[in-house]
Design a protein around this ligand. Structure first.
Ligand code: UDP
Length: 257
Protein backbone atom coordinates (compact mmCIF):
# COMPACT_ATOMS: atom_id res chain seq x y z
CA UNK A 1 0.00 0.00 0.00
CA UNK A 2 1.13 3.52 -0.77
CA UNK A 3 0.85 4.78 2.82
CA UNK A 4 3.09 1.96 4.11
CA UNK A 5 5.68 2.82 1.47
CA UNK A 6 5.56 6.43 2.54
CA UNK A 7 6.07 5.43 6.19
CA UNK A 8 9.03 3.28 5.26
CA UNK A 9 10.66 6.14 3.32
CA UNK A 10 10.00 8.51 6.25
CA UNK A 11 11.65 6.23 8.78
CA UNK A 12 14.67 5.81 6.50
CA UNK A 13 15.51 9.51 6.57
CA UNK A 14 17.83 10.00 9.53
CA UNK A 15 17.24 13.45 10.96
CA UNK A 16 19.49 13.34 14.02
CA UNK A 17 23.11 12.40 13.28
CA UNK A 18 25.61 12.14 16.15
CA UNK A 19 23.19 13.93 18.47
CA UNK A 20 22.86 16.90 16.09
CA UNK A 21 20.24 18.11 13.65
CA UNK A 22 20.97 18.10 9.92
CA UNK A 23 21.73 21.84 9.95
CA UNK A 24 23.86 21.55 13.09
CA UNK A 25 21.37 23.20 15.43
CA UNK A 26 20.80 22.16 19.03
CA UNK A 27 17.37 20.62 19.67
CA UNK A 28 16.04 23.81 21.27
CA UNK A 29 17.65 26.24 18.84
CA UNK A 30 15.76 28.56 16.48
CA UNK A 31 16.80 29.14 12.91
CA UNK A 32 18.42 32.54 12.29
CA UNK A 33 15.79 35.29 12.23
CA UNK A 34 15.92 38.61 10.41
CA UNK A 35 13.19 41.25 10.80
CA UNK A 36 12.83 44.54 8.95
CA UNK A 37 9.97 46.91 9.75
CA UNK A 38 8.27 49.36 7.37
CA UNK A 39 9.41 47.92 4.04
CA UNK A 40 6.35 48.85 1.96
CA UNK A 41 5.49 52.47 1.24
CA UNK A 42 1.80 52.04 0.41
CA UNK A 43 0.86 49.87 3.38
CA UNK A 44 -0.04 51.42 6.75
CA UNK A 45 2.33 48.94 8.36
CA UNK A 46 4.65 46.29 6.98
CA UNK A 47 7.37 43.82 7.85
CA UNK A 48 9.82 41.60 6.01
CA UNK A 49 10.87 38.55 7.99
CA UNK A 50 13.22 35.63 7.47
CA UNK A 51 13.09 32.55 9.66
CA UNK A 52 15.74 30.20 8.34
CA UNK A 53 15.02 29.84 4.65
CA UNK A 54 11.46 31.18 4.99
CA UNK A 55 11.11 34.66 3.51
CA UNK A 56 7.82 36.44 4.05
CA UNK A 57 6.33 39.91 3.79
CA UNK A 58 3.35 41.21 5.79
CA UNK A 59 1.32 44.28 4.86
CA UNK A 60 -1.37 45.83 7.05
CA UNK A 61 -4.05 48.22 5.83
CA UNK A 62 -6.42 49.96 8.20
CA UNK A 63 -8.34 50.54 10.29
CA UNK A 64 -10.30 51.68 7.24
CA UNK A 65 -13.85 51.58 5.92
CA UNK A 66 -15.06 48.09 5.02
CA UNK A 67 -16.41 47.43 1.54
CA UNK A 68 -18.87 45.98 0.76
CA UNK A 69 -20.67 47.68 3.62
CA UNK A 70 -22.77 44.66 4.59
CA UNK A 71 -19.53 43.11 5.88
CA UNK A 72 -19.19 45.87 8.48
CA UNK A 73 -19.69 45.06 12.14
CA UNK A 74 -21.43 47.91 14.02
CA UNK A 75 -19.65 47.14 17.31
CA UNK A 76 -16.09 46.25 16.32
CA UNK A 77 -13.53 46.12 13.54
CA UNK A 78 -13.49 43.22 11.11
CA UNK A 79 -10.06 41.61 10.84
CA UNK A 80 -9.15 39.89 7.59
CA UNK A 81 -6.01 37.81 7.10
CA UNK A 82 -4.77 36.41 3.83
CA UNK A 83 -1.90 33.93 3.75
CA UNK A 84 -0.63 33.42 0.24
CA UNK A 85 2.26 31.45 -1.20
CA UNK A 86 4.00 32.80 -4.28
CA UNK A 87 4.12 30.25 -7.13
CA UNK A 88 7.94 30.32 -6.92
CA UNK A 89 8.11 29.93 -3.12
CA UNK A 90 8.29 26.14 -3.10
CA UNK A 91 10.20 23.44 -4.96
CA UNK A 92 7.31 22.36 -7.17
CA UNK A 93 5.51 25.40 -8.59
CA UNK A 94 2.57 26.33 -6.36
CA UNK A 95 -0.61 26.86 -8.36
CA UNK A 96 -1.57 30.54 -7.84
CA UNK A 97 -4.66 31.38 -5.82
CA UNK A 98 -6.23 30.10 -2.62
CA UNK A 99 -6.41 26.39 -1.84
CA UNK A 100 -7.70 24.42 1.15
CA UNK A 101 -4.41 24.73 3.00
CA UNK A 102 -4.08 28.51 2.59
CA UNK A 103 -7.73 29.07 3.51
CA UNK A 104 -7.25 27.07 6.71
CA UNK A 105 -3.98 28.81 7.58
CA UNK A 106 -5.61 32.21 6.96
CA UNK A 107 -8.51 31.33 9.26
CA UNK A 108 -6.48 30.07 12.23
CA UNK A 109 -3.97 32.91 11.85
CA UNK A 110 -6.75 35.49 11.77
CA UNK A 111 -8.13 34.06 14.99
CA UNK A 112 -4.69 34.37 16.60
CA UNK A 113 -4.37 37.99 15.48
CA UNK A 114 -7.89 38.79 16.68
CA UNK A 115 -6.78 37.86 20.19
CA UNK A 116 -4.45 40.88 20.31
CA UNK A 117 -6.10 43.56 18.16
CA UNK A 118 -8.37 45.97 20.08
CA UNK A 119 -11.21 45.56 17.61
CA UNK A 120 -13.77 47.24 19.86
CA UNK A 121 -12.11 50.64 19.25
CA UNK A 122 -12.98 50.62 15.56
CA UNK A 123 -16.62 49.75 14.89
CA UNK A 124 -17.57 49.47 11.18
CA UNK A 125 -13.88 49.41 10.21
CA UNK A 126 -11.69 46.79 8.66
CA UNK A 127 -8.12 45.78 9.38
CA UNK A 128 -6.59 43.82 6.52
CA UNK A 129 -3.50 41.72 7.00
CA UNK A 130 -1.85 40.28 3.89
CA UNK A 131 1.05 37.88 4.22
CA UNK A 132 2.99 36.72 1.19
CA UNK A 133 5.36 33.78 1.34
CA UNK A 134 8.24 34.43 -1.07
CA UNK A 135 10.22 31.35 -0.04
CA UNK A 136 8.98 28.50 2.15
CA UNK A 137 10.96 25.99 4.16
CA UNK A 138 8.49 24.72 6.78
CA UNK A 139 7.01 26.91 9.49
CA UNK A 140 5.86 29.50 6.97
CA UNK A 141 2.62 30.07 8.91
CA UNK A 142 4.66 30.83 12.04
CA UNK A 143 6.98 33.20 10.14
CA UNK A 144 3.93 34.95 8.67
CA UNK A 145 2.29 35.41 12.07
CA UNK A 146 5.50 36.89 13.48
CA UNK A 147 5.70 39.30 10.55
CA UNK A 148 1.99 40.17 10.74
CA UNK A 149 2.25 41.00 14.43
CA UNK A 150 5.15 43.40 13.79
CA UNK A 151 3.36 44.95 10.77
CA UNK A 152 0.29 45.62 12.95
CA UNK A 153 2.45 47.51 15.45
CA UNK A 154 4.05 49.39 12.55
CA UNK A 155 0.56 50.35 11.34
CA UNK A 156 -0.20 51.79 14.77
CA UNK A 157 -3.09 49.40 15.35
CA UNK A 158 -3.83 49.36 19.11
CA UNK A 159 -3.00 45.91 20.48
CA UNK A 160 -3.26 44.16 23.82
CA UNK A 161 0.05 42.40 23.24
CA UNK A 162 2.06 40.62 20.57
CA UNK A 163 1.78 37.31 18.77
CA UNK A 164 4.95 35.25 18.59
CA UNK A 165 4.86 31.93 16.82
CA UNK A 166 7.05 28.86 16.42
CA UNK A 167 6.62 25.14 15.78
CA UNK A 168 8.04 22.11 17.56
CA UNK A 169 8.53 18.79 15.78
CA UNK A 170 9.23 15.25 16.87
CA UNK A 171 12.00 13.71 14.78
CA UNK A 172 13.86 10.44 15.41
CA UNK A 173 12.04 10.28 18.78
CA UNK A 174 13.29 13.67 20.03
CA UNK A 175 11.60 17.07 20.15
CA UNK A 176 13.15 19.88 18.11
CA UNK A 177 12.34 23.58 17.97
CA UNK A 178 11.47 25.42 14.76
CA UNK A 179 11.68 22.48 12.31
CA UNK A 180 13.04 23.03 8.81
CA UNK A 181 11.63 21.33 5.71
CA UNK A 182 13.33 17.92 6.11
CA UNK A 183 12.27 17.69 9.76
CA UNK A 184 8.72 18.75 8.89
CA UNK A 185 8.45 16.31 5.97
CA UNK A 186 10.07 13.25 7.49
CA UNK A 187 9.44 13.79 11.19
CA UNK A 188 6.91 12.02 13.41
CA UNK A 189 4.95 15.13 14.44
CA UNK A 190 4.74 18.86 13.75
CA UNK A 191 3.10 21.23 16.22
CA UNK A 192 2.85 24.93 15.31
CA UNK A 193 2.14 27.23 18.27
CA UNK A 194 1.37 30.95 18.54
CA UNK A 195 1.37 32.75 21.87
CA UNK A 196 -0.29 35.90 23.07
CA UNK A 197 2.42 37.83 24.92
CA UNK A 198 1.56 40.76 27.15
CA UNK A 199 3.89 42.75 29.45
CA UNK A 200 6.78 40.48 28.44
CA UNK A 201 4.92 37.35 29.60
CA UNK A 202 3.13 34.58 27.77
CA UNK A 203 -0.52 34.98 28.62
CA UNK A 204 -2.20 32.36 26.46
CA UNK A 205 -1.99 30.10 23.41
CA UNK A 206 -3.51 31.78 20.36
CA UNK A 207 -2.87 28.99 17.85
CA UNK A 208 -2.18 25.31 18.23
CA UNK A 209 -2.22 22.69 15.48
CA UNK A 210 -0.75 19.25 15.20
CA UNK A 211 0.15 16.65 12.59
CA UNK A 212 1.31 13.23 13.73
CA UNK A 213 1.44 11.76 17.21
CA UNK A 214 3.19 12.55 20.51
CA UNK A 215 2.68 11.32 24.08
CA UNK A 216 1.08 13.69 26.59
CA UNK A 217 4.45 14.09 28.33
CA UNK A 218 6.10 14.94 25.03
CA UNK A 219 3.35 17.45 24.37
CA UNK A 220 4.06 19.18 27.69
CA UNK A 221 7.77 19.32 26.83
CA UNK A 222 6.94 20.63 23.35
CA UNK A 223 4.85 23.42 24.88
CA UNK A 224 7.72 24.48 27.16
CA UNK A 225 10.17 24.38 24.26
CA UNK A 226 7.83 26.46 22.09
CA UNK A 227 7.28 29.01 24.89
CA UNK A 228 11.02 29.51 25.27
CA UNK A 229 11.46 29.88 21.51
CA UNK A 230 8.53 32.30 21.26
CA UNK A 231 10.00 34.54 23.96
CA UNK A 232 13.25 34.73 21.98
CA UNK A 233 11.29 35.68 18.86
CA UNK A 234 9.28 38.24 20.84
CA UNK A 235 12.50 39.98 21.92
CA UNK A 236 13.65 40.15 18.29
CA UNK A 237 10.26 41.53 17.21
CA UNK A 238 10.52 44.27 19.83
CA UNK A 239 14.11 45.11 18.87
CA UNK A 240 13.14 45.36 15.18
CA UNK A 241 10.31 47.76 16.01
CA UNK A 242 12.55 49.90 18.21
CA UNK A 243 15.27 49.91 15.53
CA UNK A 244 12.87 51.44 13.02
CA UNK A 245 12.08 54.36 15.31
CA UNK A 246 15.73 54.99 16.11
CA UNK A 247 16.50 55.18 12.37
CA UNK A 248 13.51 57.50 11.78
CA UNK A 249 14.54 59.82 14.59
CA UNK A 250 18.10 59.97 13.26
CA UNK A 251 16.76 60.82 9.80
CA UNK A 252 14.62 63.61 11.29
CA UNK A 253 17.64 65.06 13.08
CA UNK A 254 19.64 64.92 9.82
CA UNK A 255 16.88 66.70 7.90
CA UNK A 256 16.45 69.46 10.48
CA UNK A 257 20.22 69.86 10.91
N1 UDP B 1 4.99 23.12 0.87
C1 UDP B 1 5.15 22.92 -0.49
N2 UDP B 1 4.05 23.10 -1.30
C2 UDP B 1 2.82 23.43 -0.80
C3 UDP B 1 2.68 23.60 0.57
C4 UDP B 1 3.79 23.43 1.38
O1 UDP B 1 6.26 22.64 -0.96
O2 UDP B 1 1.87 23.57 -1.58
C5 UDP B 1 6.19 23.01 1.73
C6 UDP B 1 6.70 24.38 2.17
O3 UDP B 1 8.10 24.37 2.23
C7 UDP B 1 6.12 24.52 3.55
C8 UDP B 1 6.27 23.08 4.05
O4 UDP B 1 5.91 22.29 2.93
O5 UDP B 1 6.81 25.48 4.33
C9 UDP B 1 5.42 22.73 5.23
O6 UDP B 1 4.09 23.01 4.95
P1 UDP B 1 2.98 23.04 6.07
O7 UDP B 1 1.66 22.81 5.41
O8 UDP B 1 3.38 22.19 7.22
O9 UDP B 1 2.98 24.59 6.53
P2 UDP B 1 4.12 25.46 7.21
O10 UDP B 1 4.99 24.52 8.01
O11 UDP B 1 4.89 26.13 6.10
O12 UDP B 1 3.39 26.45 8.06
Amino acid sequence: MVSEDVNRVESEMQLIVDGKRLDGRAFDELRPIKIKVGVLKRADGSCYLEMGRNKVVAAVYGPREVHPRHLQDPVQAVVRYRYNMAPFSVEERKRPGPDRRSVEISKVSREAIEAVVMKELFPRSGIDVFVEVLQADAGSRTACLNAASVALVDAGVPMRGMISSVAVAKVDDVLVLDPMKEEDNYGQADIPFAFFIRNDKIESIALLQMDGRVSTDEFKQALEMAKKGAMEIYKMQKEAIKAKYVVEQEEEVDESG
